[in-house]
Design a protein around this ligand. Structure first.
Ligand code: FAD
Length: 478
């Protein structure tokens, strides 16, 4: 029976980062994944495929050029599912190739099969061919992520009623699409397919959506997606989903009916832990099959077993999973590392993009923090004119007491890239003065930071030290 320093179950972002870290520390490390291709949900059904699809849709549809050339402008006519899938497969193959190379270079062993605990020090791996291997380790990391939530009353058929994994196998682009669930995944796919001129109805049982985002931003976003053709139905509880031969029909509790060629059910995900036999290792899960951990070390209730990534719940992002995996591996292998920064960004790759970091205005109010707001519209920037941007907004929140930036919210082109400027200022405890003092490249969308900074600065009390003394302003002589 082989013995390892660290056995990792799941090769998604958390498992991958942990494995490479362990390899760099020259420890014996093994990654087990039930899928024959490494990379996890992130590479095969989540982050990378959805972002590749989005990029392909925006490129082929000519979306970014339409404000200049009209709504009917296309880079390619009659875009078909094959057009979307071709680029998808190329990107995924490349991602897997890079990952395999990273594992090889760092001497990370891999094993394909379904893992389950035998006891807290032993794991059993069953291959599809029926072979079973037993392995032991000093430490374990569970990074098995999540799987789609498939309630029994949804008539999934892999063709016209699908979950977000099956959606990627799209045989053809439907003329109309119902998306159930206005969470991040639902909003991304709904707006992406609306950009392809598919008639999209986005149904959300609750009255609000994306509640962790600033309401002013959501108002702007809602206005834009409705203008782009998404029929957003909030507060619409679903009574029944019926799969007729040529369409899908959703009956809503308010008595209305919605019909479409296809339905994407994107309301929730569950921890992928049911096959792990966690009880044998002394572990339990919550009502969504997720594992509780110490959020600093990522140790579970059994200290030599760690868990990281989506399997531990919020925030369930590839970006944060990478951080968690690396921190968990360092702790497990008794290697010092830096604590994680307090503020990480959320990126929602809808059309238009949304990205936020720090607090929303509602959160500032709840916490009773006196604040000032600075807002910039992308159309106020020269780069915005050049790009033909009609929408886009950047909003920053500053503490009136300390002048520190405490929250940034962006909706519009490039939001997920732009956010990192604010993230750096936030984590380095910078103030509104940073945006006023510093010069930004011109013309750029980043200039919106300067505009929003000045907007707030001009309304904030001026510190005594900043006040101008006329007699001090003498011309310098050389
Ligand atoms: C449609 C969609 C879009 C997304 N977009 C983004 C985005 O834009 N940005 C972002 O940051 N995040 C995004 N996410 C979230 C992101 O994909 C996840 O946060 C990330 O994949 C979680 O990584 P993980 O390390 O927890 O493992 P995962 O990527 O979930 O991988 C887990 C792996 O464990 C394996 N496994 C499970 N059980 C077993 C077992 N018993 N034995 C062996 N192997 C097992 C699985 O086969 C899988 O390969 C998106 C997710 C989805 C679904």
């Amino acid at each position: 029976m082989s013995h390892y320093d660290l056995i990792i179950v799941g090769s998604g972002p958390a498992g991958r980062a942990a494995a490479i870290q362990a390899g760099k520390l020259k420890r014996r490390v093994l990654v087990i994944d039930r899928k024959d291709r490494l990379g996890g949900v992130s590479v095969h059904t989540g982050t990378i495929p959805s972002k590749t699809l989005r990029e392909t849709v925006l490129n082929l549809s000519g979306w970014r050029e339409r404000s200049f050339y009209g709504r009917s402008y296309r880079v390619k006519d009659n875009i078909a599912a094959e057009d979307l899938k071709a680029r998808l497969h190329m990107t995924l193959d490349h991602e897997v190739d890079v990952l395999e190379h990273q594992f090889n270079r760092n001497h990370v062993d891999t094993l394909h099969g379904m893992a389950r605990f035998v006891d807290d020090k032993t794991i059993e791996v069953a291959t599809e061919a029926g072979e079973v291997t037993r392995l032991t380790a000093d430490r374990f990391l569970i990074s098995t992520g999540t799987k789609t939530y498939r309630p029994e009353n949804v008539p999934f058929n892999g063709r016209s009623v699908v979950d977000s994994d099956e959606f990627l196998e799209l045989a053809r682009i439907p003329r109309s699409l119902i998306v159930v669930g206005a969470g991040v995944i639902g909003v991304e796919y709904a707006t992406m397919f609306s950009a392809l001129d598919v008639r999209v109805t986005l149904i959300e049982p609750r009255e609000t959506f994306l509640d962790f985002i600033d309401r002013a931003l959501i108002q702007d976003f809602t206005h834009q997606i409705r203008e782009n053709g998404v029929d957003l139905r909030l507060g619409s509880a679903i009574e029944r989903i019926e799969d007729a031969s040529d369409h899908v029909e959703v009956s809503l509790a308010n008595g209305r009916h919605v019909r479409a060629e296809m339905l994407l059910f994107a309301a929730g995900r569950m921890g992928a832990t049911s096959a792990l036999n966690l009880a044998a290792a002394g572990l339990k899960t919550d009502h969504r099959n997720r594992i509780e951990v110490n959020r600093k070390t990522y140790q579970t209730a059994v200290p030599h077993i760690y868990a990281a990534g989506d399997v531990i719940g919020h925030p369930s992002l590839a970006s944060t999973s990478v951080q968690q995996g690396r921190v968990a591996a360092c702790h497990a292998l008794e290697t010092p590392t830096l604590p994680e920064s307090p503020w990480f960004p959320y990126g929602i790759y809808s059309v238009p993009e949304i990205s936020t970091c720090g607090m929303s205005e509602e959160e500032m109010q709840e916490r009773g923090i006196p604040y000032e707001v600075g807002v910039a519209r992308f159309r106020e920037t020269s780069r915005g004119h050049i790009m033909g941007l009609e929408h886009g907004m950047l909003k920053m929140l500053f503490s009136l007491k300390t002048r520190r930036v405490l929250g940034v919210q962006i909706v519009g082109e490039g939001a997920t890239e732009l956010i990192h400027i604010a993230q750096a200022v936030l984590n380095l405890k910078g103030t509104v003065d940073y945006f006023v003092q510093n010069t930004f490249n011109y013309p750029t969308l980043a200039e919106a930071y300067k505009i929003a900074g000045l907007d707030a600065f001009n309304r904030m009390p001026i510190p005594e030290a900043y006040k101008v003394r006329r007699d001090a302003a003498k011309p310098e002589t050389s």
